[in-house]
Design a protein around this ligand. Structure first.
Ligand code: UFG
Length: 342
């Protein structure tokens, strides 16, 4: 019988791509989402791409313990991938209580319910934000985490620690939790079908949706934050990971957990390409691959941005047998196709 994976936040940007890849890998998927930061567009897209109209969907808030408990009573869940969280860095600085309550309580509920239903495999969506302004690049999983610069980043660190502690406390018990934290670098792009993609509400915070919205005319001009960084062209360096590649890393991680292949009951993997790309390079690549001119200007640095961060992906490559495959050009073309499709 197919193993069953709960995807919390499965109607969102990354969750919807992961749901597609899980289904195509033969998993049964249950999606839980409170639709607080998305609508059904992507979930409908998932159904079209997979040809599956029967994916169980629970419109619940994972902060509601009883609702999560009911879901686990109705389905025998073999693994959980937990995406359900707020993710706007700036908003988290303004509204820390909202972020701590939502991101911590929902994850605690997932863990407690998993434990009470006889243990589970839990994959947590963490972030490269935990490394802060790292001194040595690229960062490996051993690179020390630095104090978080936002409540959002802090919730990622805290949830990693919570998972580690719960894994330790439940080891070899009838309530055993095994955990993997995937530290994503900068997820971008959309499914090749252009049926699912990133759908920010309001003004986008992130670079690629801002680029595509400028290109389509929804935004007048892209502001490039800072061209006086100590990099070759003066703009920040990031590791942009294609969202479909990222989704496949989740399938590899879940398969590792369910296949009993973990070396430790709690593991961490960097999920990136291993290649630094500057903001300016990304903008010009977008223009080139899509044959258009983007209206942009250089403005002051954005507070809180690190100069450069990219991943050493050796561990994920070797242990998960996974590697980022799509080129940044393909990814940028997919982001543009998705924006036009909207
Ligand atoms: N940028 C611009 N203009 C914009 C938006 C972004 O120049 O309109 C620049 C930023 O200054 C940065 C780069 O584009 O240099 C990438 O910015 P994003 O906001 O797309 O991504 P971040 O690297 O800031 O943030 C991402 C995730 C966060 C995560 C963070 C740290 O979105 O969730 O990485 O790992 F916390």
């Amino acid at each position: 019988m197919a193993k069953k994976v709960l995807v919390s936040g499965g109607a969102g940007y990354i969750g919807s791509h992961v749901t597609v890849e899980l289904i195509s890998a033969g998993y049964d998927v249950v999606v839980a989402d409170n639709l607080s930061n998305c609508d059904m567009t992507c979930f409908d897209g998932v159904k079209k791409i997979t040809g599956r109209d029967d994916i169980p969907f629970y419109q619940i808030d994972c902060c509601d313990y009883d609702a999560v408990d009911t879901l686990f009573t109705e389905h025998k869940i073999d693994a959980v991938i937990h995406f359900a969280a707020f993710k706007a860095v700036g908003e988290s600085v303004a509204k820390p209580i909202k972020y701590y309550r939502n991101n911590l309580v929902s994850f605690l509920n997932i863990l407690e319910v998993s434990k009470n239903h006889g243990g589970c495999n839990v994959l947590f969506s963490s972030s490269a934000t935990v490394y802060g302004e790292a001194e040595v690049l690229p960062v490996t999983e051993q690179t020390p985490r630095l104090p978080a610069t936002s409540p959002y980043g802090n919730t990622k660190q805290m949830c990693e620690d919570i998972l580690r502690d719960v894994v330790k406390a439940t080891a070899s018990s009838s309530e055993e939790i095994r955990g993997i934290a995937l530290r994503y670098f900068n997820p971008i792009g959309a499914h090749p079908s252009a049926l699912i993609g990133e759908l920010p509400r309001g003004v986008p915070n992130n670079l690629v949706p801002f680029i595509t919205q400028t290109a389509i005319g929804k935004r007048e001009c892209l502001s490039i934050f800072g061209n006086d960084y100590p990099t070759e062209d003066g703009t920040c360096l990031r590791d942009y990971i294609d969202v479909v590649d990222l989704a496949k890393a989740h399938v590899a991680a879940v398969t590792r957990m369910l296949g009993g292949k973990m070396k430790e009951n709690y593991e961490i993997f960097n999920i990136g390409t291993g290649r630094p790309v500057s903001v300016y390079e990304l903008v010009t690549a977008f223009e080139k691959v899509n044959g258009l001119k983007l209206n942009y200007k250089f403005v002051d640095r954005r507070p809180g941005d690190v100069t450069a961060i990219w991943a050493d992906t050796t561990l994920a490559n070797e242990e998960l047998g996974w590697k980022a495959e799509r080129s940044v050009e393909e990814t940028l073309a997919s982001a543009w196709a998705w924006e036009r499709n909207l």
